[in-house]
Write a protein that binds this ligand. Structure first.
Ligand code: RIB
Ligand code: CA
Length: 313
Protein backbone atom coordinates (compact mmCIF):
# COMPACT_ATOMS: atom_id res chain seq x y z
CA UNK A 1 0.00 0.00 0.00
CA UNK A 2 1.66 3.26 -1.09
CA UNK A 3 1.67 6.19 1.32
CA UNK A 4 0.57 9.60 0.00
CA UNK A 5 3.21 12.20 0.83
CA UNK A 6 3.94 15.88 0.28
CA UNK A 7 7.62 16.86 0.56
CA UNK A 8 8.33 20.39 1.83
CA UNK A 9 11.96 21.24 1.23
CA UNK A 10 14.81 23.78 0.90
CA UNK A 11 17.28 21.92 -1.36
CA UNK A 12 20.26 21.74 -0.14
CA UNK A 13 22.26 18.68 -1.07
CA UNK A 14 20.83 16.56 1.76
CA UNK A 15 17.28 17.54 0.75
CA UNK A 16 18.18 16.38 -2.76
CA UNK A 17 19.17 12.93 -1.50
CA UNK A 18 15.92 12.69 0.45
CA UNK A 19 13.88 13.62 -2.63
CA UNK A 20 15.79 11.08 -4.76
CA UNK A 21 15.19 8.37 -2.13
CA UNK A 22 11.45 9.07 -2.17
CA UNK A 23 11.18 9.22 -5.97
CA UNK A 24 13.14 5.96 -6.24
CA UNK A 25 10.46 4.22 -4.16
CA UNK A 26 7.20 4.34 -6.16
CA UNK A 27 5.95 1.13 -4.55
CA UNK A 28 6.12 2.90 -1.18
CA UNK A 29 5.20 6.50 -1.97
CA UNK A 30 2.60 8.34 -3.99
CA UNK A 31 4.38 11.71 -4.04
CA UNK A 32 1.52 14.18 -4.46
CA UNK A 33 3.86 17.15 -4.81
CA UNK A 34 7.07 18.84 -3.75
CA UNK A 35 6.91 22.33 -2.20
CA UNK A 36 9.94 24.59 -1.90
CA UNK A 37 10.32 26.73 1.20
CA UNK A 38 12.70 29.50 2.24
CA UNK A 39 15.85 28.44 4.04
CA UNK A 40 19.26 27.30 2.79
CA UNK A 41 19.70 29.47 -0.33
CA UNK A 42 16.39 31.33 -0.57
CA UNK A 43 13.05 30.38 -2.09
CA UNK A 44 13.76 30.99 -5.79
CA UNK A 45 17.00 28.98 -5.81
CA UNK A 46 15.55 26.29 -3.54
CA UNK A 47 12.62 25.93 -5.95
CA UNK A 48 14.93 25.74 -8.98
CA UNK A 49 16.99 23.12 -7.16
CA UNK A 50 13.87 21.06 -6.47
CA UNK A 51 13.11 21.09 -10.22
CA UNK A 52 16.70 20.07 -10.97
CA UNK A 53 16.51 17.12 -8.58
CA UNK A 54 13.14 15.95 -9.90
CA UNK A 55 14.56 16.03 -13.43
CA UNK A 56 17.67 14.12 -12.29
CA UNK A 57 15.35 11.43 -10.87
CA UNK A 58 13.51 11.04 -14.17
CA UNK A 59 10.18 11.46 -12.33
CA UNK A 60 9.09 14.60 -14.20
CA UNK A 61 5.48 13.63 -13.46
CA UNK A 62 5.89 15.04 -9.94
CA UNK A 63 4.61 18.64 -9.60
CA UNK A 64 6.85 21.20 -7.89
CA UNK A 65 5.52 24.34 -6.18
CA UNK A 66 7.07 27.42 -4.60
CA UNK A 67 5.88 28.29 -1.10
CA UNK A 68 6.73 31.13 1.26
CA UNK A 69 9.48 33.58 0.43
CA UNK A 70 10.51 34.30 4.02
CA UNK A 71 9.91 33.18 7.61
CA UNK A 72 6.74 34.33 9.42
CA UNK A 73 8.37 36.97 11.58
CA UNK A 74 12.10 37.10 11.08
CA UNK A 75 14.56 37.80 8.27
CA UNK A 76 15.76 34.81 6.27
CA UNK A 77 18.81 32.94 7.56
CA UNK A 78 21.09 31.53 4.87
CA UNK A 79 22.62 28.05 4.71
CA UNK A 80 24.92 28.94 1.82
CA UNK A 81 27.97 28.52 4.06
CA UNK A 82 27.20 24.79 4.05
CA UNK A 83 25.47 24.24 0.72
CA UNK A 84 27.34 26.75 -1.48
CA UNK A 85 25.81 29.68 -3.37
CA UNK A 86 23.61 27.49 -5.60
CA UNK A 87 22.53 25.20 -2.75
CA UNK A 88 23.42 22.20 -4.93
CA UNK A 89 27.13 22.86 -5.35
CA UNK A 90 29.20 19.79 -6.23
CA UNK A 91 27.83 18.19 -9.42
CA UNK A 92 27.51 20.04 -12.72
CA UNK A 93 23.79 19.51 -13.30
CA UNK A 94 21.90 21.04 -16.24
CA UNK A 95 19.34 23.77 -15.59
CA UNK A 96 15.88 22.21 -15.27
CA UNK A 97 13.57 22.15 -18.32
CA UNK A 98 10.49 21.41 -16.21
CA UNK A 99 8.74 24.40 -14.61
CA UNK A 100 7.10 25.30 -11.33
CA UNK A 101 3.34 25.00 -10.93
CA UNK A 102 1.48 28.29 -10.92
CA UNK A 103 -0.35 27.61 -7.65
CA UNK A 104 1.29 28.80 -4.40
CA UNK A 105 2.69 25.90 -2.40
CA UNK A 106 0.69 26.77 0.70
CA UNK A 107 -2.55 26.64 -1.30
CA UNK A 108 -1.46 23.32 -2.82
CA UNK A 109 -0.96 21.89 0.68
CA UNK A 110 -4.39 23.12 1.83
CA UNK A 111 -6.20 21.99 -1.34
CA UNK A 112 -4.57 18.56 -1.28
CA UNK A 113 -5.35 17.92 2.38
CA UNK A 114 -8.98 18.98 1.84
CA UNK A 115 -9.31 16.78 -1.28
CA UNK A 116 -7.69 13.59 -0.03
CA UNK A 117 -9.38 11.32 2.52
CA UNK A 118 -8.68 12.52 6.10
CA UNK A 119 -5.73 10.75 7.67
CA UNK A 120 -4.18 9.61 4.39
CA UNK A 121 -1.58 12.32 3.60
CA UNK A 122 1.83 12.47 5.30
CA UNK A 123 3.78 15.73 5.35
CA UNK A 124 7.56 15.27 5.04
CA UNK A 125 9.38 18.48 6.00
CA UNK A 126 13.06 18.93 5.22
CA UNK A 127 13.44 22.66 5.91
CA UNK A 128 11.92 25.48 7.95
CA UNK A 129 8.23 24.97 8.76
CA UNK A 130 6.93 28.24 7.28
CA UNK A 131 4.72 26.66 4.59
CA UNK A 132 3.07 24.22 6.99
CA UNK A 133 2.46 26.89 9.62
CA UNK A 134 1.02 29.32 7.07
CA UNK A 135 -1.27 26.57 5.77
CA UNK A 136 -2.48 25.95 9.34
CA UNK A 137 -3.07 29.68 9.88
CA UNK A 138 -4.98 30.02 6.59
CA UNK A 139 -6.93 26.74 6.98
CA UNK A 140 -6.97 25.44 10.57
CA UNK A 141 -9.28 22.61 9.50
CA UNK A 142 -6.41 20.80 7.76
CA UNK A 143 -4.69 19.89 11.04
CA UNK A 144 -7.19 17.09 11.68
CA UNK A 145 -6.73 15.77 8.12
CA UNK A 146 -2.97 15.13 8.28
CA UNK A 147 -1.95 11.49 8.80
CA UNK A 148 1.35 12.53 10.37
CA UNK A 149 4.15 15.03 9.89
CA UNK A 150 7.69 13.65 9.74
CA UNK A 151 10.24 16.43 10.11
CA UNK A 152 13.97 16.81 10.06
CA UNK A 153 14.66 19.44 12.71
CA UNK A 154 15.60 20.16 16.26
CA UNK A 155 18.32 18.95 18.56
CA UNK A 156 18.69 18.19 22.23
CA UNK A 157 21.56 15.92 23.25
CA UNK A 158 23.51 17.00 20.16
CA UNK A 159 22.79 20.72 20.82
CA UNK A 160 22.48 23.28 18.02
CA UNK A 161 24.23 23.67 14.68
CA UNK A 162 23.34 27.23 13.65
CA UNK A 163 23.53 28.58 17.20
CA UNK A 164 24.76 26.83 20.36
CA UNK A 165 21.09 26.14 21.20
CA UNK A 166 19.22 25.72 17.91
CA UNK A 167 19.14 23.56 14.79
CA UNK A 168 18.85 25.41 11.45
CA UNK A 169 15.33 24.37 10.30
CA UNK A 170 13.80 25.44 13.60
CA UNK A 171 15.97 28.52 14.05
CA UNK A 172 15.03 29.99 10.66
CA UNK A 173 11.34 30.09 11.64
CA UNK A 174 10.78 29.29 15.34
CA UNK A 175 7.27 30.76 15.30
CA UNK A 176 6.32 28.38 12.49
CA UNK A 177 7.80 25.45 14.39
CA UNK A 178 5.78 26.44 17.47
CA UNK A 179 2.55 26.58 15.44
CA UNK A 180 3.22 23.12 13.98
CA UNK A 181 4.26 21.49 17.28
CA UNK A 182 1.13 22.80 19.05
CA UNK A 183 -1.24 21.97 16.16
CA UNK A 184 -2.22 18.50 17.38
CA UNK A 185 -0.84 16.89 14.22
CA UNK A 186 0.94 13.59 15.01
CA UNK A 187 4.63 14.52 14.66
CA UNK A 188 7.80 12.46 14.22
CA UNK A 189 10.86 14.62 14.88
CA UNK A 190 14.23 13.55 13.47
CA UNK A 191 16.79 15.78 15.21
CA UNK A 192 20.53 16.24 14.99
CA UNK A 193 20.72 13.59 17.74
CA UNK A 194 19.87 11.10 14.95
CA UNK A 195 21.48 12.71 11.92
CA UNK A 196 24.85 13.10 13.63
CA UNK A 197 24.84 9.33 14.01
CA UNK A 198 24.58 8.59 10.28
CA UNK A 199 27.87 9.98 8.98
CA UNK A 200 28.86 9.93 5.31
CA UNK A 201 32.29 8.36 5.59
CA UNK A 202 34.42 8.30 2.42
CA UNK A 203 33.66 4.64 1.71
CA UNK A 204 29.97 5.47 1.79
CA UNK A 205 30.45 8.36 -0.65
CA UNK A 206 32.50 6.00 -2.83
CA UNK A 207 29.59 3.56 -2.65
CA UNK A 208 27.23 6.17 -4.11
CA UNK A 209 29.72 7.03 -6.87
CA UNK A 210 30.12 3.31 -7.57
CA UNK A 211 26.41 2.74 -8.26
CA UNK A 212 27.19 3.44 -11.92
CA UNK A 213 24.26 5.77 -12.55
CA UNK A 214 23.88 9.56 -12.90
CA UNK A 215 22.05 9.83 -9.57
CA UNK A 216 24.75 8.01 -7.61
CA UNK A 217 27.48 10.12 -9.14
CA UNK A 218 25.57 13.36 -8.43
CA UNK A 219 24.87 12.33 -4.83
CA UNK A 220 28.54 11.56 -4.23
CA UNK A 221 29.53 14.94 -5.72
CA UNK A 222 26.85 16.82 -3.74
CA UNK A 223 27.81 15.30 -0.40
CA UNK A 224 31.53 15.65 -1.09
CA UNK A 225 30.91 19.38 -1.45
CA UNK A 226 28.53 19.88 1.48
CA UNK A 227 30.55 17.75 3.90
CA UNK A 228 33.56 20.05 3.89
CA UNK A 229 31.95 22.52 6.33
CA UNK A 230 30.98 19.84 8.84
CA UNK A 231 34.28 17.91 8.60
CA UNK A 232 36.10 21.12 9.45
CA UNK A 233 33.66 22.09 12.21
CA UNK A 234 33.34 18.72 13.95
CA UNK A 235 36.71 17.22 13.02
CA UNK A 236 34.97 13.94 12.22
CA UNK A 237 35.69 11.44 9.42
CA UNK A 238 32.24 11.87 7.90
CA UNK A 239 29.49 14.50 7.82
CA UNK A 240 25.96 14.10 9.19
CA UNK A 241 23.31 13.27 6.56
CA UNK A 242 20.14 14.98 7.71
CA UNK A 243 17.08 15.02 5.45
CA UNK A 244 17.10 11.48 3.94
CA UNK A 245 16.40 10.22 7.48
CA UNK A 246 12.82 11.50 7.09
CA UNK A 247 12.17 9.26 4.07
CA UNK A 248 14.19 6.38 5.53
CA UNK A 249 11.99 6.43 8.65
CA UNK A 250 8.90 6.05 6.52
CA UNK A 251 10.52 3.21 4.56
CA UNK A 252 12.11 1.37 7.50
CA UNK A 253 11.05 2.77 10.91
CA UNK A 254 12.83 -0.17 12.56
CA UNK A 255 16.13 1.52 11.73
CA UNK A 256 15.34 4.21 14.31
CA UNK A 257 14.67 4.42 18.03
CA UNK A 258 12.84 7.15 19.96
CA UNK A 259 10.12 7.93 22.46
CA UNK A 260 6.90 9.98 22.73
CA UNK A 261 7.73 13.13 24.67
CA UNK A 262 7.01 16.82 24.90
CA UNK A 263 9.02 19.16 22.72
CA UNK A 264 8.48 22.91 23.11
CA UNK A 265 10.05 25.62 20.97
CA UNK A 266 11.85 28.64 22.42
CA UNK A 267 10.41 31.70 20.61
CA UNK A 268 11.25 34.52 23.04
CA UNK A 269 14.84 34.41 24.27
CA UNK A 270 17.36 35.74 21.76
CA UNK A 271 20.00 33.57 23.49
CA UNK A 272 18.18 30.27 22.94
CA UNK A 273 15.79 31.21 20.11
CA UNK A 274 14.69 28.10 18.16
CA UNK A 275 15.81 25.63 20.79
CA UNK A 276 13.74 22.43 20.86
CA UNK A 277 13.30 21.91 24.59
CA UNK A 278 12.83 18.15 24.71
CA UNK A 279 11.42 16.72 27.94
CA UNK A 280 13.24 13.47 27.20
CA UNK A 281 13.15 12.26 30.81
CA UNK A 282 9.48 13.24 31.16
CA UNK A 283 10.09 15.60 34.04
CA UNK A 284 7.08 17.80 33.27
CA UNK A 285 3.41 17.10 32.56
CA UNK A 286 3.57 18.92 29.24
CA UNK A 287 1.65 17.14 26.45
CA UNK A 288 3.63 14.40 24.69
CA UNK A 289 3.26 16.01 21.26
CA UNK A 290 6.24 14.42 19.45
CA UNK A 291 7.72 11.02 18.67
CA UNK A 292 11.31 12.16 19.23
CA UNK A 293 13.84 9.93 17.52
CA UNK A 294 17.15 9.57 19.31
CA UNK A 295 19.27 7.15 17.26
CA UNK A 296 19.51 5.21 13.99
CA UNK A 297 21.18 2.07 12.60
CA UNK A 298 23.63 3.84 10.28
CA UNK A 299 24.68 0.70 8.41
CA UNK A 300 21.06 -0.14 7.64
CA UNK A 301 20.41 3.47 6.62
CA UNK A 302 23.21 3.55 4.05
CA UNK A 303 22.30 0.08 2.76
CA UNK A 304 18.76 1.35 2.13
CA UNK A 305 20.06 4.47 0.40
CA UNK A 306 22.33 2.43 -1.89
CA UNK A 307 19.61 -0.07 -2.73
CA UNK A 308 17.10 2.63 -3.68
CA UNK A 309 19.40 5.17 -5.37
CA UNK A 310 20.70 2.34 -7.60
CA UNK A 311 17.23 2.21 -9.18
CA UNK A 312 17.47 5.74 -10.59
CA UNK A 313 18.77 6.76 -14.04
O1 RIB B 1 20.17 21.42 10.26
C1 RIB B 1 20.08 20.61 9.11
C2 RIB B 1 18.98 21.08 8.20
O2 RIB B 1 19.27 22.40 7.75
C3 RIB B 1 18.85 20.23 6.92
O3 RIB B 1 17.50 20.19 6.53
C4 RIB B 1 19.66 21.00 5.91
O4 RIB B 1 19.18 20.82 4.57
C5 RIB B 1 19.40 22.41 6.33
O5 RIB B 1 18.16 22.81 5.76
CA1 CA C 1 16.85 20.87 4.31
Amino acid sequence: MTRKIIIDTDPGQDDAVAILLALASPEDFDVLGIVAVNGNVGLAQNAKNALTVVELSGRTDIPVYAGCERPMRRPLVSGAHVHGPTGLDGPDLPDPTIRLQEQHGVDFIIETLRREEPGTVTLCTLGPLTNIAMALVKAPDIAARVRELVMMGGAYFEVGNITPAAEFNIYVDPEAADIVLTSGIPIVMIPLDVTHGVLSFQDRLDGFAGLGNKAGKAVAEMLTFSQRFDLDKYGSEGAPLHDPCVIAWLLKPGLFEGRQINVTIETASELTLGMTVADYWRITDRPKNVLYLRSADDKGFYALLNERLARLP
